[in-house]
Design a protein around this ligand. Sequence first.
Ligand SMILES: [Fe+2]
Ligand SMILES: [Fe+2]
Length: 305
Amino acid sequence: MDNKLVYICSPYRGEVERNLEYARELTRKALDCGFVPVTPHLYLTQVVNEDDPAERDKGMAAGRSLLAQCSYILIGSKYGLSEGMLGEIDLALELGLKELAPEAGGLEVVYTQERTLPEVKAAFISAMQKVQRPGVASLLAWLEKTDFYTAPASTKYHGAKEGGLVVHSFNVFERLRRKTSGAAWDYDTIAIVALLHDLCKIDYYKKGTRNQKDENGKWQQVPCYTIEERFPAGHGEKSVMLIMRHIQLTDEEIVAIDWHMGPFDERFQGGSRGLNNAWAKTPLALLVHIADLEATYLDEREANR
Ligand SMILES: [Fe+2]
Ligand SMILES: [Fe+2]
């Protein structure tokens, strides 16, 4: 299908007034960029009783039918990705809709071309070499001595394959760069925060095997990754420590990297109020968390299945 219809995917429930304002903003943006916006939650919600599950299902089904007619999807992730949005994104990717994102004042199709691992490594190094801050050469030399360019991004959740970590780091960079285009942060901050946020996963995964049934129901050993933490110093906070052995970070960069896991951070789950303070102190902390989620659930989607 090739038309100019773009499905506007943004949250509705929760803070309804704020979310409707955001949906209007995205609809206007799509219109101004020459697209034909389809924003069901701006009008279906006028006639559907959201408190009645049957009514809500009817509205959602109508929304999915509209989505299937579109060539593009514009994902408004400023306030995170709701469960409803994740369902729509899944369907859109299944149907082959192209994702649009703000770029240079307009809307551009997100770069989705598969790159080989050596290409991603070269792109990572080149992006880091553009950073003007002292210590970059030292950090890059150290990375070569670690498993950063071959490590997975997780044991099974996303990027659980050789090179998954550098691919994920670069995906977060591309997401965050687009998200902050035109904002006050300079290139160095965006590159450092995104490309280095998961250095804590260096020398962290170990190759092993596990038992799995094959198609005939017979047990066999298959390769897998397990965790072998040699430097148990947390997650985001550990990344900060490792980076600062080479490069000085600003307070804002420290906070953004330290709290990039958002509500998935173990400190938050243990009752820490630090995340609230971090998000209140700098929107960069929230944006890097969202870029991390998008890279995981959108860009590395195949590996999640
Ligand atoms: Fe992380
Ligand atoms: Fe990450």
